[in-house]
Design a protein around this ligand. Structure first.
Ligand code: AN0
Ligand code: CP
Length: 317
């Protein structure tokens, strides 16, 4: 595997899960693989988990790790070609990317949807420029349309906790005061559709995701109905995808918050969320603190997904 940006890059999921199990049980078995190899992590947006877990994954593999926060200390980057750079941006991304590539062997990129242009976001213009111009393998640390390291960790977590071979997994929209990207729900849908589970998506009218990501999943507009018999409840907010509301908050209905009453409709489901989460908007305190909440083991598995992916990339160098 050279680049890792979607579920398709990892190969058959059963094999990927087997590799992840090995990595989890033997975190330091491949220290020699990363010796004298440098991982550069480039952040255009904030992060707690991705930053720490991916760094840890690189260190476990014996890599040197450099982290760059573009917005804290780097030059402001122009991303559009052809503009006269007489504004506040000092450097063009077309120079910055190959320069960054010259200092490392593998690059991770976090670059969220900017909600300025749906076409730019859904064409992954930033991530694709890294792939095109860095000369290095590139992996997504959440790009405009997907967050595959998160979805892989989510799948690993579901595999660890499921009690039936084909669990019912419900992804539910929940309210949030600010506009959030569709990357996490898109990606989760993409991975659940590729995995063996009964996958249902529930959200208010107007929050339909790109059909390309929904795929064959069942969409149920009645959250209570969707939650019936669920084994896993995966909560996430996202902003509207459909035009003319792309990138907008069109509903903050708190009746969609995942509460104990909502969880009572399920098959004693586990609660999942990628974090960071706003309590009592997305999920009530009692649900996130309950023994059925997997948010901490789910975050811990981010090291496992990142290390499994980095290992495959190192093997391809
Ligand atoms: C981001 C999002 O929803 O995509 C990152 C989640 C991992 N969340 C926020 O910006 C709060
Ligand atoms: N879940 C996740 O990616 O968290 P961070 O935004 O803190 O990295």
């Amino acid at each position: 595997m050279r680049n890792f940006t979607t579920v398709n890059d990892i190969g058959p999921l059963a094999e990927a899960l087997e590799k992840a199990r090995y990595v989890k049980q033997n975190p330091f078995a491949d220290q020699a693989l990363g010796h004298n190899k440098t991982l550069l992590m480039v952040f255009f947006n904030s992060s707690l988990r991705t930053r720490l877990s991916t760094q840890k994954a690189g260190l476990n593999l014996g890599m040197n790790v450099i982290v760059l926060d573009i917005n804290q200390g780097a030059w402001k980057l122009e991303t559009e070609r052809g503009v006269i750079m007489d504004g506040d941006k000092s450097e063009h991304i077309l120079e910055a990317i190959p320069v960054m590539g010259s200092y490392c062997d593998v690059i991770g990129v976090r670059s969220f949807a900017r909600f300025e242009s749906k076409a730019d976001d859904y064409n992954e213009v930033i991530l694709n420029q890294f792939i095109k111009y860095s000369g290095r393998p590139v992996f997504s640390m959440e790009a405009a349309t997907r967050h595959p390291l998160q979805s892989f960790a989510d799948l690993i977590t579901i595999e660890e906790y499921k009690k039936t071979s084909r669990p019912k997994v419900v992804m539910t929209w929940a309210p949030h005061p600010k506009a959030l990207p569709q990357a996490v729900p898109n990606s989760f849908a993409e991975w659940m559709n590729a995995a063996d589970c009964d996958f249902v998506i529930t959200h208010p009218e107007g929050y339909e995701l790109d059909p390309k990501f929904v795929g064959g999943a069942r969409v149920e507009y009645d959250q209570d109905k969707a939650l019936e018999g669920a084994d896993f409840v995966y909560a996430k907010n996202w902003a509207a995808y459909a035009d003319p509301n792309y990138g907008k908050v069109i509903n903050t209905d708190r009746s969609w918050t995942v509460t104990a009453e909502k969880m009572a409709l399920t098959n004693n489901a586990y609660f999942m969320h990628c974090l960071p989460v706003r309590r009592n908007m997305i999920v009530s305190d009692d649900v996130i603190e309950s023994p059925r909440s997997l948010v901490i083991p789910e975050a811990a598995n981010r090291v496992v997904s990142a290390q499994t992916v980095l290992k495959e990339i190192l093997l391809s160098l």
